[in-house]
Design a protein around this ligand. Structure first.
Ligand SMILES: N[C@@H](CCC(=O)N[C@@H](CS)C(=O)NCC(=O)O)C(=O)O
Length: 185
């Protein structure tokens, strides 16, 4: 659960499954994580949280069109996550191999292509507009697991690699990534 005031995130607690032994899910507004607690009130749904924080920290895009482009990216990322979780939650070993192959050969190339095209169409540095937005942070975050698991994951995607290096070099991101707990996903 993230706890924040409207100006700073003050505390982050993450623990291992099962979630219900960590805290009663019934205490959460939609019975699921993530939840952001703001001044004692709960906000659920990862994209609602991402958009809220983006607005609070001036990362939501500079006008309505840029905000829509950020939304577009967050929704595309949601589509990718739906595919990736199929692999992580598959119990049958044979089926897991097939899902993993499909992910590597079809799903990731398709989505990486979309991210790269968006980057290219926007001048190559940021995904939306002329500065850092939630779209850049979200793409960085969603590719984390694959990058951690495969050194060659972005081998053929030079522009996405440069984008990743740009986001990863932001001091606060660097600090967070080097201090966070190691997890499989
Ligand atoms: N659409 C939601 C999905 C959240 C979700 O599926 N959360 C899972 C964990 S990843 C959860 O809390 N499930 C309840 C449980 O594990 O009992 C979001 O993006 O925040």
């Amino acid at each position: 659960m993230l706890t924040t005031t409207t100006s700073t995130i003050s505390k982050t607690d993450v623990d291992d499954e099962p979630l219900s032994s960590f805290f009663p899910l019934s205490a959460l507004v939609y019975g699921q994580v993530p939840v952001l607690e703001v001044d004692g009130k709960q906000l659920a749904q990862s994209n609602a949280i991402a958009r809220f924080l983006a607005r609070e920290f001036d990362l939501a895009g500079k006008n309505s069109w840029e905000q829509a482009l950020c939304d577009q990216t967050l929704e595309l990322i949601n589509d990718l996550i739906q595919e990736v979780v199929k692999f992580f939650f598959e119990k049958d070993e044979e089926r897991k191999k097939e899902v993993g192959k499909h992910l590597a050969e079809v799903v990731y190339p398709k989505f990486l292509g979309y991210f790269e095209k968006q980057l290219d169409n926007n001048g190559g540095k940021y995904l939306v507009g002329s500065g850092l937005t939630v779209a850049d942070l979200a793409v960085y975050a969603v590719l984390d697991t694959a990058v951690q698991n495969s050194e060659t994951f972005l081998e053929k995607h030079e522009k996405l690699r440069a984008h990743r290096d740009m986001v990863g070099a932001i001091p606060k991101i660097q600090e967070y990534v080097s201090n966070r707990k190691k997890t499989d996903i």
